[in-house]
Design a protein around this ligand. Structure first.
Ligand code: SF4
Ligand code: SF4
Length: 345
């Protein structure tokens, strides 16, 4: 029985071909194409390159198009056939890596949990925390502080784990599968797995079909009523991380958490969760198309700054690192740190 969790080029070829007959209904939605102004970078152009690759054309022009996707899934909500472009892109990138014409994008290694998350873990707990390879000690501490304040014990994987999402994104498919298999061994006995990064949560829940998986944004509403919180009355604006909102459909839970903390619903920087700004930090775009990624990050920061909030909250380490610049430097915070920082002494 195959244990593959990633689609191959042959699996997505029919859908990509279908896309090339479409009148580009989603063209307006793609932030990469908007940033570069190139038809080869919109979803239709990318799927044309996917089909060309399936027909045997592996060259730098095809690679340029296939690597011009940041995985935001904004095209998905405008796509009547319901195509999932990041799945096509991952399959095509794997083929380009095998053909030796893909740009190399570095992928972080699994890291050990840090701070309180490591020192206060309880090996007997049935809730296991899966840290983010790209996260920080501050994020680990914040999650530990919130769990402890809510009276919830947590365990950790038996050794550092990685789901392979970032490797899958840049075509390193064999590495991605190996990381996932090893990581899942590390949480084999868990009843519930709380995953720090929504991108990793999608890889585990959707790619690997692991229904024990929850994101931190989904866990927090269960905890927030039990937390001793300071009333702050702040105006907070929520930035939907792409892999959380459109990758997993989680949009209400973080808004509920912010409302519980501040006493008011968060401000909105965009009219609908399907259309929220993408920071351009995903799927290796900053390495392969840095000017487009920079333009997207600047546009996202501008839209969030225009909401005129006291604090900008997001739920993804990559997005947070990208947003914490310019006038948002001091105002940007991850959702779990936002809650932890407002715990009463
Ligand atoms: S997932 Fe985002 S970046 Fe990729 S093709 Fe769709 S809209 Fe463009
Ligand atoms: S992704 Fe969907 S909406 Fe966009 S061009 Fe392809 S088929 Fe059309």
């Amino acid at each position: 029985m195959s244990t593959a969790t990633l689609a191959r080029l042959a699996d997505v070829r029919a859908d990509a071909t279908h896309c090339t007959f479409c009148p580009k209904m989603c063209r307006f939605a793609c932030p990469v194409a908007a940033a570069t102004g190139r038809e080869t970078h919109n979803p239709w152009g990318i799927d044309r390159a996917v089909v060309a690759l399936a027909d045997g054309r592996a060259d730098t022009a095809v690679a340029d198009a296939v690597f011009a996707c940041t995985g935001c899934r904004r095209c998905g909500s405008a796509c009547l056939p319901g195509l999932d472009l990041p799945t096509h892109v991952r399959a095509a990138r794997a083929q380009l890596v095998a053909a030796g014409v893909a740009p190399h994008v570095a992928v972080p290694e699994a890291r050990a949990p840090l701070g309180r998350l490591a020192t206060e873990a309880d090996a007997e707990a049935d809730l296991v925390v899966w840290p983010d390879c790209a996260g920080s000690g501050a994020a680990d501490d914040a999650l530990a502080a919130v769990l402890a304040a809510a009276g919830r014990a947590w365990a950790l994987p038996s050794e550092p784990v990685c789901c392979g999402a970032r490797a899958a994104d840049v075509g390193q498919a064999a590495d991605a599968e190996a990381r996932l298999a090893h990581g899942r061994d590390g949480v084999a006995g868990a009843r519930r797995v709380v995953v720090a990064d929504p991108h990793c949560a999608r890889r585990l829940r959707v790619d690997a079909g692991d229904d024990r998986v929850a994101t931190v944004a989904e866990l927090l509403p269960e905890l927030v009523d039990a937390l001793p919180l300071r009333a702050t009355g702040e105006r907070a604006v929520w930035h939907d991380p792409c892999w959380l909102a459109r990758g997993l459909g989680v949009t209400a839970a973080p808004r509920r958490v912010i409302a519980a903390v501040t006493g008011r619903p968060p401000l909105e920087a965009w009219p609908h969760p399907d259309r929220t700004g993408c920071t351009g930090a995903g799927m290796g775009l900053p390495a392969t198309h840095p000017a487009a990624a920079r333009a997207m990050a600047e546009g996202c920061r501008r839209d969030l700054a225009a909401a005129d909030a006291d604090v900008v909250v997001t739920g993804c380490a990559d997005a947070g690192a990208t947003l914490a610049a310019g006038e948002l430097t001091e105002r940007q915070v991850d959702l779990v740190a936002f809650v932890a920082n407002r715990l009463a002494p």
